[in-house]
Design a protein around this ligand. Structure first.
Ligand SMILES: [Zn+2]
Length: 406
């Protein structure tokens, strides 16, 4: 059987739902917080050289651009069970082959594929202050701009880590000259750029929307990050926790003739957005109920928008109460991850694992095709005591997404 017929068969047999395998990603410049339910013995399963595993990528069709990474690092696999045999097919290959059947005709025509990258990241230290280039500067190196959004799932943040704050944006009075001075001081030690930024206390159950061009240094909460699939960044902080950050990480995605052009590097900052005196008001996200909460509770569930007001992606959190069976409809395809409880999603067993060995399969991750989402997915919470909680990540253009933050 060729790939196309295998995928079509899997879609058929799963009534439009595909099971996915966990996708673990290490980062050699960060250190893992150990809160992703990966067995602690496997945090360095890829070797010390490759770094600790601090990310799990979800419904990903994006390859991780890590030094020394295998070809498929970061890419999600569809799991197909054939009798007792298990076969894996890349979600990316499946979408390349029969994308219209998975994400829908309209999305395929308009965006050409699954253009969102969702992940959990889990670091024991904050990430250095950085930004993702805006359109002009991303295109200059043949890349796409990368807006991103965060949500902090309470289930994964019983331990918030040692620095549950994120530096975001710049103080309103900050000047270009201030930042140029930081850049000139790069090799003298800590360049002091955080003195020009403000840290916000992160609150589980809420999130932030960070468009391209905004400086950010995410803190140590486990973060459900939804972002445009792109891998451009520029680090503006010269030291983190006593360790130097090379200038090369500032100019990795800067045209070569601009590597020492401080004006160009400072221009990559969206000045208006970073120095906005109402930064929090414009970027902090409280969840929004999908419908009237009383009506949903009456039917035994609660659904909230946790990421919204972006052209590029959105996400929901669905809670199904103990013993309840619901059918939930959405007007777009989505990836999903179960973060609490157990039961059934469509035909499949669903459960939030408590410990996963590297390379093992789980029952917590799936992809729902557009057709199945529109028809409605039956979800059963089989616990008599515990909620079943699912996060759902959508690509661009979900017609039901709230368009504004307030
Ligand atoms: Zn970032």
């Amino acid at each position: 059987m060729n790939l196309e017929s295998k995928v079509m068969k899997a879609i058929d047999e799963g009534n439009g739902i595909l099971k996915l395998a966990p996708t673990w990603v290490p980062r050699d410049f960060l250190s893992p917080g150990g809160r992703l339910r990966l067995d602690p013995r496997d945090l360095y399963a890829l070797g010390l050289e490759r770094g600790g595993i601090d990310e799990r990528w979800l419904a990903s069709t994006t390859r991780a651009d890590n030094p020394g990474a295998p070809e498929d690092e970061g890419l999600s696999y569809i799991v197909i069970k054939e009798d007792s045999k298990v076969e894996r097919i890349l979600l990316k290959d499946a979408i390349d082959a029969v994308g219209e059947e998975i994400i829908g005709k309209h999305a395929m025509r308009k965006y050409g594929g699954w253009t969102v990258l969702t992940k959990f990241f889990d670091n024991s230290v904050p990430i250095p202050l950085h930004l993702h280039q805006m359109e002009e500067h991303a295109h200059a190196v043949g890349q796409e701009p990368k807006p991103e959004a965060y949500y902090f799932p309470p289930q994964l943040n019983v331990n918030e880590g040692k620095f549950p704050l994120s530096f975001l944006g710049l103080n309103p009075e900050t000047t270009r000259e201030d930042i140029k001075e930081c850049l000139r001081n790069w090799n003298k030690g800590d360049n002091g750029i955080l003195y020009h930024s403000k840290a916000y206390r992160l609150k589980p159950g809420t999130g932030w929307l960070i468009p391209a061009g905004i400086l950010h240094a995410p803190g140590t909460l486990v973060t459900y990050e939804v972002q445009k699939a792109s891998d451009v960044f520029a680090m503006y902080q010269s030291m983190l926790e006593g360790r130097p950050i090379p200038w090369s990480l500032l100019v990795k995605n800067v045209p070569k003739d601009k590597w020492n052009d401080l004006d160009y590097i400072v221009d990559m900052i969206d000045w208006e957005a970073n120095t906005d005196p109402y930064f929090k008001k414009h970027h902090y996200i409280e969840p929004k109920y999908v419908r009237q909460p009383e009506d949903m509770m009456e039917e035994g569930y609660m659904e909230k928008w946790i990421v919204y007001a972006s052209e590029d992606f959105s996400a929901k959190e669905l809670t199904v109460l103990p013993g309840v069976e619901v059918t939930i409809r959405d007007r777009a395809a989505y990836g999903l991850i179960v973060i609490q409880g157990y039961g059934r999603i469509g035909k499949f067993k669903a459960e939030a694992p408590s410990m996963i060995r590297y390379g093992e399969l789980t029952n917590d991750e799936m992809f729902v095709t557009e057709e199945a989402a529109k028809a409605g997915v039956k979800i059963v919470n089989e616990s008599s005591r515990e909620n079943l909680v699912i996060l759902k990540h959508f690509g661009p253009g979900n017609p039901d997404m709230p368009k504004t933050i307030d």
